[in-house]
Design a binder for this molecule. Structure first.
Ligand code: AQP
Length: 330
């Protein structure tokens, strides 16, 4: 059975962008793939974060995973920091990725330019190395991610070529990024030229937002000149973003969404339809999230996930150690 692996880092309140670009797609793989979904808590340390917030965000993400339809019987849900092989393989792999290629990563450039030059952590720079380890430890065939993470998966593919060629064997499997056709990059509602992002939350819809607030945020989303509703991210970024949200949550194409609104020349009416569908999705989702948190089952889920993930990851780690010449003894 093929394997799928993905994760989310607990850096803040999850947004509708995280839901559409990642979360909602994770469950699609659990019936046909051996599905590994983790909470990337080590990745969350790459930017300064309050410890209490980090712990709370971590529990939230487990509950969101279940609310999004992941079944812990079918999907291995685990914490990255519960599997020490992630840190160990990171130490090995960092020797096979180059400073030049890491410094060209868009996420590093975007995040570091907002920071004081003297306070950019090494972890932020080396983030893609840790992510390569995440993917390769589980021999993942596919990695479902939003558009912004595609570059990191491509770097991982380069690493696989490099590593396998160097040791002249097919040690690592070549992972394929899977990017959703609709909603791979949801933009901020207040500035539709920038990504909706949990660590820079301007114009975000949060998955925990009160539903009245969600409606207000959508009704006051920045739109564009004119009154026609069609997809044109360059000239109509606000309307195009709302069309993406609508199409993705309705599970239809952008073309089909355009068709629905072709005779609607009132932005207010269109926004109301978008708000309705977001609320329709978030209502049961929030109820399930609260139910999981109240159930007290989070630790049980993580314990079982850690057991299964450690088993697979440690097997890969031993193969990697032997390949590079580290002495593995009984
Ligand atoms: N706006 C978005 N539209 C579509 N997909 C998105 N993702 C994130 N934002 C959007 C996808 O969500 C997954 C989890 O992302 P992550 O937590 O690992 O980090 P990220 O990609 O950097 O997401 P954020 O929300 O922007 O986090 P911060 O602000 O902490 O960096 C990924 O699959 C991502 O593509």
């Amino acid at each position: 059975m093929k394997r799928s692996l993905s994760g989310i880092k607990p850096t803040g309140n999850l947004t509708l962008g995280n839901y559409i670009g990642a979360l909602k797609n994770f469950k699609k793989y659990q019936d046909d793939y051996e599905n590994f979904i983790f909470i990337a808590d080590l990745h969350a340390l790459t930017l300064p974060i309050d410890p209490i917030e980090l712990r709370n965000n971590t529990k939230d993400i487990v509950a969101f995973y279940i609310a999004a339809g992941l079944d812990p019987e079918k999907t291995t849900i685990f914490l990255q920091s519960d599997v020490s092989a992630h840190s160990e393989i990171n130490t090995i792999l960092q020797n096979y990725l180059y400073m030049g290629e890491l410094s060209r990563m868009t996420q590093f450039k975007d995040k570091s330019k907002k920071m004081n030059e003297n306070a950019i952590g090494l972890g932020l720079f080396a983030y893609p190395v840790l992510m390569c380890g995440d993917i390769l430890l589980y021999d993942a065939d596919v990695v479902p991610v939003g558009e912004d993470q595609k570059q990191h998966v491509e770097l991982c593919r380069d690493l696989v070529h490099r590593f396998n060629n160097r040791y002249n064997k097919e040690l690592f499997k070549m992972p394929e990024p899977i990017i959703p056709k609709v909603g791979a990059r949801i933009m901020s509602l207040s500035d539709p030229t920038r990504k909706m992002s949990k660590s820079d939350p301007k114009g975000d819809i949060f998955l925990k937002d009160d539903l009245n607030i969600v409606r207000k945020k959508i009704m006051s989303a920045v739109t564009d000149l004119g009154s026609d509703i069609y997809f044109d991210p360059v000239n109509k970024p606000g309307i195009s973003n709302l069309l993406q949200i609508y199409a993705s949550l309705k599970e239809i194409t952008i073309k089909e969404a355009e068709e629905i609104f072709k005779d609607c020349h009132r932005y207010g009416e269109f926004k109301k339809a978008v708000a309705d569908v977001v609320i329709e999705v978030l209502t049961p989702f929030q109820a399930k999230y609260k139910e999981v948190l109240a159930s007290g089952k989070i630790d049980e889920i993580l314990n079982e996930g850690a057991r299964r993930a450690n088993y697979i990851a440690n097997k890969t780690l031993i193969k990697v150690k032997k390949t590079v010449g580290l002495y593995v003894h009984k």
